[in-house]
Design a protein around this ligand. Structure first.
Ligand SMILES: O=C(CO)COP(=O)(O)O
Length: 305
């Protein structure tokens, strides 16, 4: 898929030169459209072409939901679902049900932890170690989810250290970033996402096994999904940040998935966006057929490409 990656352009003259929409809009109309679209303090962005071809990735984050009975039904629905072949599919059950899921779920779907301890296991009451996740068959762990950041109080550095440890032990990391509503309204969306990204970047040994999940906090569990344009704008900015701060190769190869009120009805339009490489799904991942629809939205991506 071809993707357009934006670079910051604080100079109006630079924007005038490089933005094709200026041909059809007055300069002030154009600036205002950027401000409306981006809801950010950095409205002026020039665009450079960049291509990436990433395998679609869809994760189901079951959070703290389910019982032995409901999970038996969910697993059975997933086992019976027809899933497009060229998608990495991962589910993340609550820790206590991972073994049940591992023993009954098709191997087509990989399993993730929802969190992991920051170092080797030991005397850390209530924690789950990376070693234990691997032992029980997990290939991934979700780190930096907004509920861990804002409800439990984990900070950027702690999350970065967790990611580094998980990667060093061979677990893939679904690294979550995203702004809260007041941060978006204050025009700080990019600043917040970049700061969270930098904390991961400062800590991790490499990006091969990392999937970035952009999950605006205001969209999580609220039914208020980001528009495809809002999501694409941040995904492009994240890719651009990787290009400028890590490498062009990492920028093009790292999958950036969207999370926040994704469902069977809105996934296709989101999937069409150039820099959306998949989804991290909460509520809708608890319904097998709907989760399958979201996985299969990769077909919209192919049509759009
Ligand atoms: O937090 C999420 C996935 O990690 C998203 O949750 P919802 O899909 O329920 O909004």
């Amino acid at each position: 898929m071809a993707s357009m990656v934006s670079t910051s352009c604080p100079q109006f003259s630079g924007l005038r030169r490089s933005c094709p929409k200026l041909e059809t809009q007055s300069f002030s109309q154009h600036i205002n459209s950027h401000i409306r679209l981006f809801s950010s303090r950095k409205p002026c962005r020039s665009v450079v072409a960049m291509s990436s071809s990433n395998k679609f990735f869809v994760g189901g984050n079951w959070k703290c939901n389910g019982t032995k009975e409901s999970i038996t039904k969910l697993v059975s629905d997933l086992n019976n679902a027809k899933l497009e072949a060229d998608v990495d599919v991962v589910v993340s059950p609550p820790f206590v049900y991972i073994d049940q899921v591992k023993n009954s779920l098709t191997e087509r779907i990989e399993i993730s932890g929802q969190n992991s301890w920051v170092g080797k296991g030991g005397a850390f009451t209530g924690e789950i170690s990376v070693e234990q996740l691997k032992d029980i068959g997990c290939k991934w762990v979700i780190l930096g989810h907004s509920e861990r950041r804002h409800v439990i109080g984990e900070d950027d550095q702690f999350i970065g250290k967790k990611a580094a440890y998980a990667l060093s032990e061979g677990l893939g990391v679904i690294a979550c970033i995203g702004e809260q509503l007041q941060e978006r309204e204050a025009g700080n969306t990019f600043d917040v996402c970049f700061q969270q990204l930098k904390a991961f970047s400062d800590a991790v040994p490499g990006w091969d096994n990392v999937v970035i999940a952009y999950e605006p906090v205001w969209a999580i569990g609220t039914g208020k999904v980001a528009t495809p344009q809002q999501a694409q704008e941040v995904h492009a900015a994240v890719r651009d940040w990787l290009k400028n701060n890590v490498s062009a190769e990492v920028a093009s190869k790292t999958r950036i998935i969207y999370g926040g009120s994704v469902n069977g009805g809105n996934c296709a339009e989101l999937a069409k966006q150039e820099d959306i490489d998949g989804f991290l799904v909460g509520g809708a991942s608890l319904k097998g057929p709907e989760f399958a629809t979201i996985v299969n939205s990769v077909t919209s991506k192919k049509v759009a490409a």
